[in-house]
Design a protein around this ligand. Structure first.
Ligand SMILES: NC(=O)c1ccc[n+]([C@@H]2O[C@H](COP(=O)([O-])OP(=O)(O)OC[C@H]3O[C@@H](n4cnc5c(N)ncnc54)[C@H](O)[C@@H]3O)[C@@H](O)[C@H]2O)c1
Ligand SMILES: CC(C)[C@H](C(=O)O)[C@@H](O)C(=O)O
Ligand SMILES: [Mg+2]
Length: 352
């Protein structure tokens, strides 16, 4: 098969981890007889520096006309440390999600057998953890009206959800639960927030269409606790944008490193694949960032966007082999020999 893939490397460690995912994807294409044409495009601080805009129209055209998008990370300290900057890299990410209609962010959290002792959590607590967050990605407080009043002394961010937005995300959650252990947890703050009450009532009304799915409703603060206490008690969790952002970073600790967790952002017409981590600016250019989250995002791309599970499995097998052999970056080396970003990528590509 032939694929056009938009390639948005972004900032910080983005280009380094993307290079490894490209190398591994090309090895997969070679082994299985596919042809990939990569379509590089600017985003984030790199795009602001080049053209003054973090998600330029040209980048959108490339994404919208490709079969999938592979994304690294965006973000730069010069903007993080300047809250008043009028244009920010993160605005590009949000604009991209909105314009491409990427409303469902699939963020799995799972453990690797060879890494059980790398998590700060006790092995018996995390063993067997295999859960998936479905994070709503184009609504909520991220996209509500925001601003200042009282001469800048008061700031506000509105959180808004429509029933239709909740329904389309919850539908994906129910469908995903049906393919797994038929357990769905709706994470909200319905004891306080009106938007959460809309979430809860909408999901409750959908239960009758999926009688086999056992649905639980839990408050986000309690989930934050149970997630590290009994992570393997969860399966599919659906939640709104900000709660999903926070809980998935927390959950990444279960696997052993933030540098391991991939994601897929699904829209009606196109899907985008990206690690859940950011641009990790302190590691830029040092060849120390873990490329596995991005490489596993490429595995999700083969599996979900192209419906090629064998190709995805080839990548997952190579990652498992590298972890078992200790071919890992410093975040997982635990005092043992640490390999470089590029060396880990070379190993993975050679083991496809
Ligand atoms: N999707 C995205 O592009 C995205 C996501 C989160 C943050 N950001 C941006 O990234 C910048 C830095 O944010 P941050 O420091 O809060 O989050 P971050 O995810 O970049 O880094 C947080 C910590 O996670 C670890 N980490 C992250 N990626 C790793 C990797 N590949 N290998 C090993 N360890 C890794 C490091 O310990 C790092 O200090 C900010 O500008 C932020 O806005 C972008
Ligand atoms: C950089 C930021 C806008 C983004 C988010 O909050 O969605 C990031 O944290 C993520 O998880 O992809
Ligand atoms: Mg985040």
């Amino acid at each position: 098969m032939k694929f056009n893939i938009a390639l948005l490397a972004g900032d910080g460690i983005g280009p380094e981890v993307i290079d490894q995912a490209v190398k591994v994807s090309d090895a997969v294409a070679k082994k299985f007889g596919h042809e990939i044409t990569w379509k590089p495009a600017l985003t984030g601080a790199a795009a602001i520096d080049a053209v003054g805009e973090p998600y330029p129209d040209e980048t959108h055209e490339i994404c919208a006309s490709s079969d999938a998008v592979l994304f690294g990370a965006i973000g730069h300290p010069k903007y993080d440390n300047d809250p008043s900057a009028p244009v920010r890299p993160e605005q590009g990410l949000l604009k991209m999600r909105k314009k491409l209609g990427l409303f469902a962010n699939v963020r799995p959290t799972f453990t690797f057998p060879s890494l059980l002792d790398k998590s700060p959590l006790k092995q018996e607590r995390i063993e067997g953890t295999d859960l998936v967050f479905l994070r709503e990605l184009t609504g909520g407080i991220y996209f509500g009206e925001k601003g200042r009043r009282d001469e800048g002394e008061t700031a506000y961010d509105n959180c808004v959800y429509t029933r239709a937005e909740v329904q389309r995300l919850a539908k994906k959650g129910f469908e995903l639960a049906m393919t797994r252990s038929k357990k769905l947890c709706c994470v909200d703050k319905a004891n306080v927030l009106e938007t959460s009450r809309l979430w809860r009532e909408t999901v409750q009304a959908m239960e009758k269409d999926y009688p086999e799915v056992e649905v639980s409703y839990e408050f986000v603060d309690a989930v934050a606790m149970r997630l590290v206490q009994w992570p393997n008690s969860y399966d599919v969790l659906i939640t709104e944008n900000l709660f999903g952002d926070i809980l998935t970073d927390e959950a990444s600790v279960i696997s052993g490193s933030m540098g391991l967790m991939p994601s897929a952002s699904m829209g009606a017409d196109i899907a985008l694949f990206e690690p859940i981590h950011g641009s990790y600016p302190q590691a830029t250019g040092l060849n120390i960032a873990n490329p596995m989250a991005t490489v596993l995002s490429a595995a999700m791309m083969f599996e979900t966007a192209f419906n090629l599970p064998e190709e995805g499995k080839a990548i997952r097998d190579a990652v498992n082999k590298a972890l078992a052999e200790g071919i890992v970056t410093e975040d997982l080396a635990d005092g043992d020999k640490a390999y470089g970003t590029k060396e880990v990528g070379d190993y993975l590509a050679a083991n496809i």
